[in-house]
Write a protein that binds this ligand. Structure first.
Ligand code: FES
Ligand code: FES
Length: 209
């Protein structure tokens, strides 16, 4: 379950302890950014300040961002507070709700439980990176609209990112399958029936892509 479900029972304290050790080792980078670099360094943005002690290169939605960060900065905070991509939501900030789900190298990940340095050089995709340049929505986004699969909408970006990954993982063969493999994404508005219907619709369209 741990592979497909972004929900984690690991406490934040345990995670910080383990990940701090992990970050001491050199990272292997699987992806190479292809788009033109966008200089969002501390010097350019005025962010980072006295705590900025490490430069991190983050390819996000095809654009490379160079950030001066405290190495303890989470990917979620780097996206929202340093790059300005606020589509990814902070719900619990403890790996429990799925609101912060993004893709890293095509796989879903909880950005609140991932240090930004752990994503360096890897392809990060957020909800802002799904629509086509002309504004045409991704089939999953369109399906959520078609099925009214949200109320307050706060969980929706994480739901959509997880839903896309769920289909790509081959875990959307039935409604029960979808409910199981989307169980790490909570919706306080209980829009679950419509979310499942949206995923069923998008599944067919995504398989044609
Ligand atoms: S799981 Fe990351 S904000 Fe809730
Ligand atoms: S639509 Fe409100 S939390 Fe899901």
């Amino acid at each position: 379950m741990a592979e497909h479900n972004p929900r984690s029972t690991q406490s934040r304290r345990e995670f910080l302890t383990v990940a701090a050790g992990t970050c001491a080792a050199p990272l292997a980078y699987a992806a190479t950014p292809t788009a033109a670099a966008a200089d969002t360094s501390a010097a350019a943005t005025g962010k980072g300040g006295a705590d900025a002690i490490e430069t991190v290169a983050l390819p996000v939605n095809g654009q490379l961002h160079r950030l001066a960060l405290d190495p303890r900065t989470t990917l979620l905070d780097a996206l929202r507070d340093h790059i300005g991509l606020t589509g990814t939501k902070k719900g619990c900030d403890h790996g429990q709700c799925g609101a912060c789900t993004v893709h890293i190298d095509g796989h879903r990940a909880l950005s609140c439980m991932t240090f930004a340095v752990m994503a360096e050089g890897r392809a990060v995709t957020t909800i802002e990176g799904l629509a086509e340049p002309g504004g045409r929505l991704h089939p999953m986004q369109q399906a959520f609209v078609d099925h009214d699969a949200f109320q307050c909408g706060y969980c929706t970006p994480g739901q959509i990112m997880s839903a896309i990954a769920c289909i790509k993982e081959g875990h959307a063969s039935s409604e029960a399958d979808i409910r199981e493999f989307m169980s790490g994404n909570l919706c306080r508005c209980a829009a679950y029936p419509n979310i499942v219907a949206a995923i069923m619709q998008a599944r067919a369209e995504m398989q044609e892509l």
